[in-house]
Design a protein. Structure first.
Length: 362
């Protein structure tokens, strides 16, 4: 057998993908989009530095599968963001990659046609185009970094990045995070433990060298400076939530022991709502009340929200898909989203400025 045969026993095909530069030429950054992304990163860094008193709220569909409905949602969210901007800073969830426990649709980049045809080259270009349109609306975007190559195609259009519960322990993702240009939220493990996320924050704050690709698609050694804006995201786990006051206090103590800033984002979905979307507003209300009563460490919240509530399976006939309804995790609907965010703003509008004045700088 040849060396090639020995190396590629289980590989059926190598399909070339356009380089990051080629995708950028097809969908170049606009001045308006660049302004939105830059402003978003600056505000989020200010919130983490306690220079901005507002609370970040990362809100939007569990995943993007229909760009038309996604932009419909983005326009609605932009109006709401303007309404609550004195108290809450809204960032739209724009998730294109979905980690799978076993099998299932892996997201818009991997399978944009939702038919197992896996036109990844098409998914990258369409995802970049969607992010560009969201930025031109004036909304900063948040995404989960799952594939370590994708940021070279999309990273310049993202203002906040999540590292998921399944990948926070990954050395590859810790190294990648050390070079990302956004603040990075590391989720606690699926068992509920915060240790992996804290270790990830420590690792990502340091310089690293690793293999990657550059804008021309060449394999290079990437050398990073380290990312000082890592923070923890509590998403529940181990069959229990972890947004309660005791869990928050224990997380604060763990962060202090690691000499990390007490910056906590609470994901109101996933384990914190037992994956029941109707419980997300209750989780958010509880966290808002903790802040009202004196909590200083909760700097952000996350909601999974779409135009229609719930979720749906992917049918063979895609024309049967319900408009504005998730095909991954179940979401709250738009009316509930508006009520929940407006209620948080009403409670916190006079609380957060006072908290910021008494908050010691990290």
């Amino acid at each position: 057998m040849s060396g090639s045969q020995l190396a590629n026993t289980n590989v059926s095909l190598y399909a070339e993908v356009p380089t990051p530069d080629e995708i950028r030429l097809r969908c170049p950054m606009t001045a308006r989009a660049a302004e939105t992304v830059s402003a978003g990163r600056t505000v989020l860094e200010g919130i983490l530095d306690r220079a901005d008193h507002r609370l970040m709220v990362v809100v939007g569909p569990c995943s993007i599968h229909d760009p038309v409905a996604g932009l419909d949602y983005a326009r609605r969210l932009r109006h709401l963001a303007d309404e609550v901007s004195d108290t809450l800073y809204l960032v739209m969830r724009v998730y294109f990659e979905k980690p799978r426990t076993s099998v299932g649709w892996k997201g818009y980049i991997n399978d944009p046609r939702m038919d197992d045809s896996f036109h990844i080259e098409e998914g990258l270009e369409k995802s970049r185009s969607f992010l560009m349109q969201v930025a031109e609306i004036g909304l900063p975007a948040a995404t989960e970094a799952l594939d370590p190559i994708s940021p070279q195609y999309l990273g310049e259009l993202v203002s906040w990045t999540a590292i998921g519960a399944r990948t926070a322990e990954s050395q590859t993702h810790r190294e990648m995070s050390s070079g990302l240009s956004t603040p990075v939220g590391f989720k606690n493990g699926t068992d509920g433990s915060v240790d992996a996320a804290i270790n990830a924050m420590l690792s990502a704050s340091q310089p690293h060298s690793f293999l990657g690709i550059n804008e021309q698609g060449r394999i290079v050694v990437v050398r990073t400076r380290g990312n000082r804006y890592g923070h923890i995201v509590l998403r529940g786990g181990g069959a229990r939530p972890n947004y309660d006051t005791v869990s928050i206090l224990m997380t604060e103590q763990a962060l202090a022991k690691a000499k990390l800033a007490a910056n906590i984002v609470v994901d109101c979905s996933h384990g914190n709502s037992y994956k029941r979307p109707e419980l997300q507003p209750l989780v958010m209300s509880d966290c808002v009340n903790q802040i009202r009563l004196g909590n200083r460490s909760i700097v952000g919240l996350m909601l999974e929200s779409h135009i229609e509530g719930g979720n749906q399976p992917i049918p063979k006939d895609l024309s049967q898909l319900r408009y504005g309804c998730s095909v991954t995790d179940a979401c709250i609907d738009w009316a509930t989203t508006e009520r929940t965010i407006r209620a948080a703003r009403d409670v916190l509008k006079d609380v957060l400025p006072v908290r910021q004045k008494t908050e010691p700088r990290a």
